[in-house]
Write a protein that binds this ligand. Structure first.
Ligand code: UT7
Length: 325
């Protein structure tokens, strides 16, 4: 049986750093509050010419390079994002254009911070049907464009960036062993973001009153811990893998306290939970592939390791994916 394996990973972060000290000058906050309540120290902010599709394309080029493939080898491009450059075309189509991946068809998935895990799960279904496909899977965001910079509850949390991987099917024990996705749209009001308002007043959505991210942080926190625990447990049960066999968990990077609570619930050692949110903040769909690429390039993942990805985000959406690397 052929499984979906990762041929290469890549990431790209804008150069501009926004520190907690910078935020102290913008809103009523302190480095101490942000550090102790979230674990975040810095985040990256995209500048001119660094739209989501550009960040995504740069991360993709690095993943292709590691995979030893050219853009023309790609059959499919899937981008997880809630901050596409435009309503139409999709960010994935712009990535296809930027890379010159003429053979690939392209689509976006809107699953907020779970976007990358959602994209991987979809890629896996295609690989199961056509194992020789080469698929580019990207998570990319420019959340700085959708944050209310006067709202201290949210503006200290988010950052911009992109991560990517190239996958294909291969016979053997390595590859994606199991994945599982969940959604609960009934809870959307706890975390949502507006889009361009409707031009037809009769169709205007009453919640679409601006363009900023809105979040009931404390509620989201509780759901995030419980939901990621549930998704991980589901995936491990599917393949009868005990939690202590996991080499590395690469979770969505939202809050250090969420990750500590998750580790405690699962009974997994702290050093097995990969954390880089101190440097980049919450980059939504980009956070897992950025962390995955960083861990991969730093040599924290070895062939044969069991690597578990898990995410939670607006929608609500959540899920997990288990690889034997
Ligand atoms: O990525 C998708 C999923 N997102 C998440 O998983 C995020 C989940 N939630 C969280 O990470 C946390 O709930 C936050 C970091 C957003 C907030 O932390 P919290 O400990 O839950 O704080 P809180 O919202 O309950 O607010 C506590 C206090 C409030 O003041 P009062 O009402 O107690 O006087 C806030 O106004 O902290 C205040 N506060 C701040 N103070 C200084 C909120 N933001 C700030 C700030 N600086 N930036």
């Amino acid at each position: 049986m052929k499984r979906m394996i990762v041929l290469g990973t890549g990431s790209f972060l804008p150069e501009r750093v926004l520190s907690n000290a910078d935020l102290e000058k913008m809103v009523d906050t302190t480095d101490e509050w942000i550090t102790t309540r979230t674990g975040i120290k810095n985040r990256r902010i995209a500048g001119k010419g660094e739209e989501t599709s550009k960040l995504a394309s740069k991360a993709a080029a690095r993943a292709l390079d590691m995979a030893g493939l050219a853009p023309g080898d790609l059959d499919m491009i899937i981008v997880g994002t809630i901050t596409p450059d435009m309503g139409m075309p999709s960010c994935a189509c712009l990535v296809q254009k930027e890379l010159g991946a003429a053979k690939a068809f392209a689509l976006d998935i809107n699953a907020a911070c779970s976007g990358f895990v959602y994209c991987l799960d979809v890629a896996d279904k295609y690989i199961k049907a056509e194992p020789d496909m080469k698929i580019l899977v990207v998570g990319a965001e420019t959340l700085s464009a959708r944050v209310n910079w006067e709202d201290r509850n949210t503006c200290v949390l988010f950052g911009d960036g992109a991560g990517a991987c190239v996958v294909t099917g291969k016979t053997g024990k390595r590859g994606l062993l199991a994945s599982k996705l969940f959604s609960d749209g009934s809870l959307y009001k706890l975390l949502y973001m507006d889009s361009a308002p409707s031009m037809n007043k009769e169709l205007a959505c009453q919640d679409n009153d601006g363009s900023y991210i809105k979040m009931a942080g404390r509620d989201v926190f509780k759901y995030a811990v419980r939901s990621m625990d549930m998704a991980i447990t589901n995936v491990l049960e599917q393949v009868q893998v005990p939690v202590e066999d996991i080499s590395l968990i690469i979770p969505h990077q939202a809050n250090i306290r969420i990750l500590k609570s998750l580790g405690e619930r699962l009974g997994i050692a702290g050093e097995k939970v990969y954390i880089n949110l101190d440097k980049y903040g919450n980059t939504s769909a980009a956070s897992i592939p950025i962390a995955l690429d960083e861990a991969n390039r730093l040599g924290h993942i070895k062939s044969g390791d069991l690597v578990l990805l898990c995410a939670f985000g607006g929608g609500f959406t959540w899920g997990a994916a288990l690889f034997r690397w």
